[in-house]
Design a protein around this ligand. Structure first.
Ligand SMILES: *Cc1c(COP(=O)(O)O)cnc(C)c1O
Length: 363
């Protein structure tokens, strides 16, 4: 196995160039002569890193000036809780959630702990195989916020439209598809994404918050759980994950300089997904894609084979061929191909060829 054939769902593949530069930095940073693991978070060097990470994200995503960009710990799971703590606690507030898969169900659960949270659409009855259209959503115009997950990583379902009502603040967990293609940031009040699927190593999450939305936050929270504290401290309220933020910054550079931005990245990702789905669709009786066709994710391709022993064989043989990380999520089983930004077109080609070959031998 090698880093070039890693289809893991998370922590996911990172660009080889980034891995090489990060390994050198572990020994010593060229700028300081000190290991990145031993640099002070209060150093000028780190201030520059965090500023560049923020600026690169702003340029790549075209983030307007009335949005804050902060780096947080606790993964996306902490965001499931911080969101309702900051915005849902208190009277006359109610939040709405689209439950379209494993992760949005988790987010909803945490919302309920903090206040009145309501499900406006639930995909569980259809086994999380499809996503809603606007008409399916039971929305109210006075909701405190509407939450959804743009790409359901476990089931392989991706929104191709932006749900919600104009005056209701829209909150989105983009953990598995932020930076995979352009995003209309101004449609959102708050976007969050941990790094370990598509932006960098685990340990850091990116939060993009509209200033107007932040002003509605509760003022009685513990400092570490209060977005305003982190905004004020420019992401250095306490010791942040220096190494994770450094690598995330390298990834944003790679996207800017090597790939040429998110439109280009999106086009490459589309081609990769078409290759894999194309291979699976050569025999839809053998390879059974979990999600219905219009909702198929470009990032996570989830499918089953006719029986568990064939799935086991597929995993064993794929590993022997050098393909890593193809097992499905423990909650639904089966197989999953994750095609995050750092997975190359060549890697997708090699896997698609092998998928057809496996069918030829065992179909
Ligand atoms: C993986 C994932 C999570 C969980 O993130 P943690 O950082 O492990 O808390 C949340 N949301 C989505 C969409 C994910 O893919």
């Amino acid at each position: 196995m090698s880093n070039t054939m890693n289809f893991s769902a998370g922590p996911g593949a990172l660009p080889i160039e980034v891995l090489l530069e990060a390994s050198k930095a572990v020994e010593a940073l060229p700028e300081t002569g000190i290991s990145v693991l031993c640099m002070s978070h209060r150093s000028d060097w780190f201030r520059d890193v965090i500023d560049e990470a923020e600026n690169n994200l702003r340029k790549l995503l075209d983030i307007p000036d009335n949005y804050h960009v902060i780096f947080m710990q606790g993964g996306s799971s902490l965001q499931f809780s911080m969101l309702p703590m900051n915005f849902l606690r208190g009277t006359n507030r109610h939040a709405e959630y689209i439950v379209s898969g494993y992760w949005s169900a988790k987010a909803f659960r945490e919302g309920q702990f903090e206040g009145e949270a309501k499900v406006v659409w639930d995909g569980e009855e259809t086994g999380y195989t499809r996503l809603p259209s606007l008409n399916d959503l039971d929305l109210s115009p006075d909701a405190t916020y509407l939450h959804y997950v743009s790409n359901e990583t476990v089931e392989g379902l991706e929104f191709t439209w932006i749900p919600g009502l104009n005056d209701v603040p829209l909150v989105c967990d983009m953990s598995s598809n932020l930076l995979a293609s352009p995003v209309a940031i101004d449609k959102y009040a708050f976007i969050y994404a941990h790094a370990q699927k598509n932006l960098g190593p685990s340990g850091v999450a990116v939060c993009i918050l509209k200033d107007e939305f932040v002003k509605r936050a509760n003022s009685t929270l513990a400092s570490m759980l209060d977005y305003r504290m982190h905004i004020q401290a420019k992401s250095i309220f306490n010791t942040p994950p220096v190494f994770s933020i450094y690598v995330l910054m390298l990834v944003t550079r790679w996207l800017r300089d090597k790939i040429g931005g998110l439109a280009a990245m999106g086009a490459i990702n589309r081609r990769k997904a078409d290759l894999i789905y194309g291979a699976l669709d050569t025999d839809a009786g053998f390879y059974r894609v979990h999600g219905q066709r219009p909702f198929r994710s470009t990032m996570n391709i989830v499918f089953r084979l006719p029986n568990p022993s064939l799935e086991k064989l597929f995993l064993e043989e794929s590993q022997r061929e050098g393909f890593h990380g193809l097992e499905g999520h423990r909650s639904i089983g089966g197989l999953r191909v994750s095609l995050y930004n750092a997975v190359s077109l060549d890697a997708a080609k090699a896997l698609s060829t092998w998928i057809v070959e496996f069918l030829r031998q065992h179909g």
